[in-house]
Design a protein around this ligand. Structure first.
Ligand code: PEP
Length: 255
């Protein structure tokens, strides 16, 4: 296995936090702290913050992402945002299938797949989230579930399109709970994702895909998590709302 073949990507997921003015202020605080990082630095922000975030990040190494995307190009889908609308606003990445969307907003493996295809067709990089609940882990289904979710999300995604896919392994029990997976659990989960990729696209292609870990990654545990062979970066919730903590994680990924 060769970690050097893959891009390290640290992505913040701000969830439902920050007004446009607060978003600009936080990005301005972060810019000097992450400048020159040897990894990709992405901030996925609420829809209403995109314009302010893109402007604030201009000329820096921070790229802006969204937290969701609809799978239709346009039409009678009140409250939804299309992939073309996002790219027109300067968005480069989008989080798809976050467990909070699966849990609270009826997201299914099928809609995750449709959103992924729509994002890729529009030229976005899709950050596709997969992860098991504590109950599924305790029943021994982690491997089966991670492989199933990964394959379902990527149905009809070509090997060429896969170049614009990042998978984030996010154990549901570790998101926003302060309970982090051990580095070994993170490495194992990411490894299951990579095996699923290898089963569909072959080992060589699977080795090139960035697989992040997400779930209470913070300034203290990032070093150990990111040292694992299968952990190519992080999807960061809470700690991405604090400039200094986020920059420490970015630095850990740059080593
Ligand atoms: C997330 O929202 O994807 C996440 C990992 O959150 P947190 O870092 O707060 O657990």
């Amino acid at each position: 296995m060769d970690k050097a073949k893959r891009n390290a990507v640290i992505a913040g997921n701000w969830k439902m936090n920050k007004t446009p003015a607060e978003a600009a202020a936080l990005i301005n605080e972060m810019k000097p702290l992450v400048e020159g990082a040897d990894c990709k630095v992405v901030l996925c922000v609420p829809f209403v913050d995109i314009d302010a975030a893109v402007k604030a990040a201009e000329g820096s190494n921070i790229e802006i992402g969204a937290e969701n995307v609809h799978f239709k190009a346009n039409g009678a889908y009140t409250g939804e945002i299309s992939a073309e609308m996002l790219t027109a606003c300067g968005v480069k990445y989008v989080v798809i299938g976050h467990s909070e969307r699966r849990q609270y907003f009826g997201e299914t493996d099928q809609t995750v797949n449709l959103r992924t295809l729509a994002a890729l067709n529009a030229g976005l990089t899709a950050i596709v989230c997969v992860g098991e609940t504590l109950e599924q882990r305790e029943l021994g289904y982690t491997e089966t579930l991670l492989k199933f979710q990964t394959k379902m999300a990527l149905t009809n995604v070509t090997a060429e399109q896969l170049k614009n896919v990042i998978i984030a392994y996010e154990p549901v029990w570790a998101i926003g709970t302060g309970v982090t997976a051990t580095a070994e659990q993170a490495d194992e989960g990411n490894g299951f994702v990579r095996q699923a990729l290898a089963e569909v696209y072959g080992k060589e292609v699977a080795e090139t895909v960035t697989v992040q870990y997400g779930g209470s990654m913070n300034a203290k545990n990032a070093d150990e998590l990111l040292s694992k062979i299968n952990v190519d970066g992080g999807l960061i919730g809470g700690a991405s709302l604090k400039a200094e903590d986020f920059s420490i994680i970015v630095k850990a990924a740059s080593k």
